[in-house]
Ligand binder design. Sequence first.
Ligand code: NAD
Length: 368
Amino acid sequence: MKRLLITGGAGFIGANFVHYWFAHHPNDYIVVLDALTYAGNLDTLQPFVANPHFRFVKGNICDTVLVEGLLREEQIDTVVHFAAESHVDRSIMGPDAFIDTNVIGTHSLLKAARNVWLSDPKNPLPHRFHHISTDEVYGSLTAAELPFTEDSPCKPNSPYAASKAASDHLVRAYHHTYGLQVTVTNCTNNYGYYQYPEKLIPLCLTNILQGKSLPIYGDGKQVRDWLFVEDHCRGIELVLTCGTVGETYNIGGVNEWQNIDIVTLLCELMDAEFVANPTLVERYPDSPCAKGLTARTLITHVKDRAGHDRRYAVDCSKIETELGFKPLETFETGIRKTIHWYLDNQQWVDNVENSEYQNWIAQQYESR
Ligand code: NAD
């Protein structure tokens, strides 16, 4: 039985991980530590509120005293660290929060873990510190280049990617210097349930329903690899249970798409949903699909993001050969599940689309 501290467990991937972990390890104990920034949403953890194996703590990972207290009181043996500022556009407009949470916050967790688990370095407590990171730390690829491996140099281009790269280096250093038992995963773009609608796929889905424009940066030919979030959670589980301490593993979907092609696909799938399910016409009268038009009419090219990376892709052969990882969802099945989830969970979307979100979107367009 594990006792896990999950940071950022009210965010998109962290919350999916809590759902995944309880579904597969119902006897484990989970403490979620989350500051509930704009991206944190307690609605997503509602099913566990009454579960005696679950505790939610509102707090900041930069608060080392709080983290140390939790590790001790709750006898935590595993930290899975998701908490981060995660949106590249926000990092371009205001990098400070990214340095605070992603760099200083990660260091605060490492310090706390060292103080508690390695207080007697000759007799360390059994432990694991798993750090969640991104493929963006490696920088950008051209169309002709091979995907990044775990040995590719870090060449981050955005303040977000740089802050994540810094946190990866700190985790590595705590292993080599102090012997902290760490593992790191660098994953490609995730999609799936409970994703805040500022990221490409939920933004497009919710905008199509509301008849709002679908902004495409520049020519839209930037390439990203996509992985269904549950497959990411399974990859993390494999690394936690079978991975080698001190190692980094890339996780991806081997599923590269140009942004414009993803948006076009989402438009086509939503057009088809409205044909197949006439009740959508009444529920979403502002959608072009309700007026017999295609959602593609909403596509709007906007000024490209500053320093926009052209292509990300990772070589996943290490996690595949060493741990037997393969995504279970194809993009086809995962994207359909995601569309149906957003159609069936409008209340969740309404709850996150509060005034803070609206102000942020307004600010985005003003700055262009
Ligand atoms: P998210 O923005 O949806 O959630 C982040 C969560 O962290 C939120 O619940 C927020 O309240 C919490 N948080 C932020 N600052 C905090 C602080 N100082 N203290 C405590 N909690 C804080 O992010 P996500 O998309 O779920 O990403 C989770 C992790 O996965 C991040 O580390 C991110 O870099 C990484 N990642 C994301 C993707 C992706 O496609 N979303 C891909 C690869 C890696």
